[in-house]
Design a protein. Structure first.
Length: 90
């Protein structure tokens, strides 16, 4: 628990009429931290967190995507290393 912090309920919003996703919003304010907005789905999962220039979005496939990007980065690193060793990269 942090002193001088407030977490207040902002209400519910429906994202799009087509898929009828309702999110419940909360706003956190307090000393020594940026203001945050948190949005939860009907299962109480945090699906969105927003502060100034950062947004965190729940993605059920995030681990798979991250692993694929790491593999892609490693492959690119090894490709560049081989090219450098052959003298093809300056």
């Amino acid at each position: 628990m942090k002193r001088d912090h407030r977490l207040s309920y902002r209400g519910a919003i429906t994202m799009t009429p087509e898929n009828d996703i309702t999110l419940h919003g909360f706003h956190q304010l307090g000393h020594g931290t940026l203001p945050y907005e948190y949005w939860l789905d009907r299962h109480h999962r945090l699906v969105l967190a927003v502060t100034l220039s950062r947004v965190y979005i729940l993605d059920d496939k995030a681990e798979e995507k991250t692993a694929a990007e790491i593999r892609r980065g490693r492959n690119e690193f090894h490709r560049m290393k081989r090219a450098y060793e052959r003298g093809g990269v300056r």
